[in-house]
Design a protein around this ligand. Sequence first.
Ligand code: GDP
Ligand code: MG
Length: 166
Amino acid sequence: KSGFVTLIGRPNVGKSTLMNRLIGQKIAITSKKPQTTRNRIQTVYTSEKGQIVFVDTPGIHKAKNKLGEYMVRVAERTFDEVDVILWLVEPTTFIGAGEQHIARQLAGARVPVILVINKTDAVKKEEILKAIEAYRKLLDFAEIVPASALKGDNTDTIIDVIYQYL
Ligand code: GDP
Ligand code: MG
């Protein structure tokens, strides 16, 4: 099996950290400063099951300037070019304007959308369960996977789930 997977989500949600974790090497640049990833970075994950090309994006958000607009377009263009969309969110029930915006963009996607509720290491288990319930109502996800990109918790499951949809 092989295919393309795009990683989307608001700046700072952990997209680059997750990609690095999945690939097992530091390739994408991660930082506490939003918008560190200005263009797409592609990395290839290879295992006995096949090959997954991860497309890291600058993140989707309400653009405040021309550079911001450009970066949002880079991310949104990937929707039509991939086999699976991985949407990363924070482990909270608060679904803000940024998430609503992404959900509207994704409602028209023709490929499976997998929601990764990241940073589970930073919150209590009840919070994770509540976040899952809140997001379930937002969009018809192919799967919802709680994980910690930083600690590597459940990141193997993300790979398994991606292969299911390739
Ligand atoms: P991006 O803008 O979505 O690419 O986000 P980054 O990967 O650059 O991460 C932004 C910040 O969140 C960094 O300080 C990361 O260390 C932190 N971070 C990423 N994943 C996790 C996680 O699973 N748990 C915690 N606690 N922090 C994380
Ligand atoms: Mg990044």
